[in-house]
Write a protein of this length. Structure first.
Length: 338
């Protein structure tokens, strides 16, 4: 059991680090008066609370796929495999939702079980594959956030606070990146690094920090002119103390809102890259791969629509919930209502 725990901790350390970082940010912000007022306003937003619940459901489903428990022959299986895959047998090939036979005019073999959303070309249950796709979307979103949020926040704080040459250098870097079409730059980086969740997250992180940096830079410039920053300078506080204790807490709400919006953008980007054939590796359960495989299925006879539909609906609901959540957070943190 100890060896298994060490193996599990090693393969999921980044995921645990992400959850720890989010918990730390929320705990730190909970002591800030502005955050407390925003939370009271957010609790009264029914749409925002519903979006938060939907997002938490997706996080829970993704955690079920990430968490592995000991299996037979010294291996391990995810919780979703234990709960569903062992009880829902795979088939030989396609079967329509809730049908009792394979989708084959030559050999309509009876199914070994019922499948709510049918099966794919390999006979895998589409519902199980859709649930597993949650983990891929959330892992890529989490890893990308761990890259671009600290990078964009730090660069924006330095550019807005120190200005002059530091600002010029950072502006030159992100202006150069912004001048290159993002999808082409993503494909180029992934082709150089090879396919993989880590590689895709790194590519998305390298190209995704520009917007956050611009936003934090402008807000930092505005906050640097406030009287509390001038008072801190007069008292002899160091630049790091001023940035960490005074400026950062007053721009953190922008980081949170941008992180939620950026998360939905990363999920869509993964689906787009999967559709273009440069997304998650073959065999990795992801909505992008399901949508990519659904292209050819729409032109076959009989029509196979459930694979593409399941991935599209799951993707649509998550992105919609994240966007509604970000909009609710923006209204809750609106300084005009403080």
């Amino acid at each position: 059991m100890g060896a298994f725990f060490n193996h599990w901790l090693a393969r999921n350390c980044i995921t645990l680090l992400g959850f720890a970082l989010v918990a730390w940010v929320l705990w730190s912000g909970s002591h800030h008066e502005r955050w407390q007022r925003a939370w009271r306003r957010f609790r009264g937003d029914k749409i925002g609370m519903a979006a938060l619940i939907v997002t938490c459901i997706y996080l829970f489903i993704g955690a079920l796929e990430v968490i592995h428990i000991p299996g037979g022959k010294g291996g391990s299986r995810s919780v979703i495999d234990v709960l569903f895959a062992a009880r829902i047998p795979s088939e030989k090939t396609y079967s329509a939702p809730m049908e009792s036979h394979l989708l084959s005019s030559v050999d309509p073999t009876p199914l070994r079980g019922r499948h709510l959303l049918g099966t794919d070309a390999l006979g895998k249950d589409v519902l199980i594959e859709t649930l597993k796709g949650c983990s891929t979307a959330l892992i890529i979103g989490g890893l990308t956030s761990l890259i671009y949020i600290p990078l964009g926040t730090l660069a924006g704080l330095c550019a807005g606070y120190f200005r002059r040459r530091v600002d010029d250098a950072i502006q030159y870097i992100y202006s150069t990146l912004a001048a290159i079409p993002q999808i082409l730059l993503l494909i180029a980086i992934i082709m150089v690094l090879d396919k993989g969740l880590w590689q895709m997250s790194l590519a998305l992180g390298i190209t995704g920090w520009v917007g956050l940096c611009r936003l934090i830079r402008g807000e930092t410039m505005r906050q640097s002119e406030r009287t509390y920053v001038m008072a801190a300078r007069a008292l002899g506080q160091s630049h790091w103390q001023i940035i960490s204790r005074h400026v950062l807490p007053n721009v953190m709400h922008l980081v949170i809102i941008n992180a939620v919006l950026g998360f939905s953008g990363v999920v869509l980007a993964e689906a787009t890259l999967g559709y273009l054939g440069v997304g998650s590796p073959v065999g990795t359960p992801s909505w992008g791969n399901m949508i990519d495989g659904g292209r050819s299925e729409l032109s076959r006879d009989p029509l196979v629509w459930w694979n593409l539909t399941a991935a599209g609906i799951a993707l649509f609901i998550l992105v919609l919930a994240l966007n509604l959540l970000a909009d609710s957070l923006r209204r809750a943190f609106d300084p005009k209502r403080s």
